[in-house]
Design a protein. Structure first.
Length: 239
């Protein structure tokens, strides 16, 4: 069985659409992390009555003062999830039919899996080089082995996915860990981030370069072409 984790902030309509696209009987636990402390979320508020869904609000952890807390919640998933297989999604992601089961089945053999992302709603083109923060899954032990998600990126309002993927890549190559790219496990992402980067307390680019002793130029979304081309280092699984 697999645990599906969804991170949400002020997008209940998209959250409900995401939930409606979960078509797998292998999902026996859905953990929803709401990061809107001004409006607590509940199944009743969403019009749901589902025994496998658990919803967490900032007040459950004693959080106050708006901050990007997804990195913290990702690490808490390891403590909370009852399954070894974990699939992560943002609230604006809609799974195509069979995508969730593709992750579930692939995790029998692989310790980390990434599905495909479609962000262009007009042309339905799969993003070929995205280091996504949604539609990826892992065995719980793998997430622990790479050191989890760096919570320092709470202060940068994002940017941690580049660091996360860099560590996934380095660990899998060094330790010969099997990872898989699932081109048919597609998730359509319907929105872009609205976080205000001008209120960052930390420059994610500078922090990442210093953390890994890297010397790279240009924007972060252009770094690591060898990692972004998943076909060069991940096993391709069509299923």
């Amino acid at each position: 069985m697999i645990t599906l984790v969804i991170f949400t902030f002020k997008r209940n309509d998209r959250l409900l659409k995401c939930l409606q696209t979960i078509d797998s009987k292998n999902v026996n636990e859905i953990l929803i992390f709401n990061d809107d402390e001004s409006s607590e979320l509940s199944q009743n508020k969403l019009g749901l009555d589902n025994k496998i869904i658990r919803i967490f609000n900032p007040s459950d952890w004693g959080f106050s003062g708006r901050k990007f807390r997804k990195p913290i919640y990702l690490n808490k998933v390891i403590e909370i999830a009852k399954n070894d297989k974990i699939l992560c999604s943002d609230d604006d992601g809609e799974f195509i039919k069979g995508a969730v089961d593709s992750h579930h089945d692939a995790l029998d053999k692989f310790r980390f899996t990434a599905g495909a992302i479609i962000r262009n709603r007009f042309f339905n083109r799969i993003s070929r080089s995205i280091l996504q923060g949604t539609n990826y899954a892992f065995q719980k032990s793998f997430f622990i082995d790479i050191g989890g998600y760096d919570e320092t990126f709470c202060n940068s309002m994002g940017g941690g996915d580049v660091d996360f993927w860099y560590r996934v890549y380095k660990f899998s190559k060094t330790e010969n860990i099997p990872c898989a790219f699932l081109p048919n496990a597609i998730q359509k992402v319907t929105a872009r981030s609205s976080r205000k980067k001008n209120i960052r307390d930390l420059d994610p680019k500078e922090y990442t370069l210093n953390k890994h002793s890297l010397n790279l130029d240009g924007p972060m979304y252009k770094w690591f072409t060898e990692i972004r081309d998943k076909e060069k280092w991940m096993t391709i699984v069509y299923g």
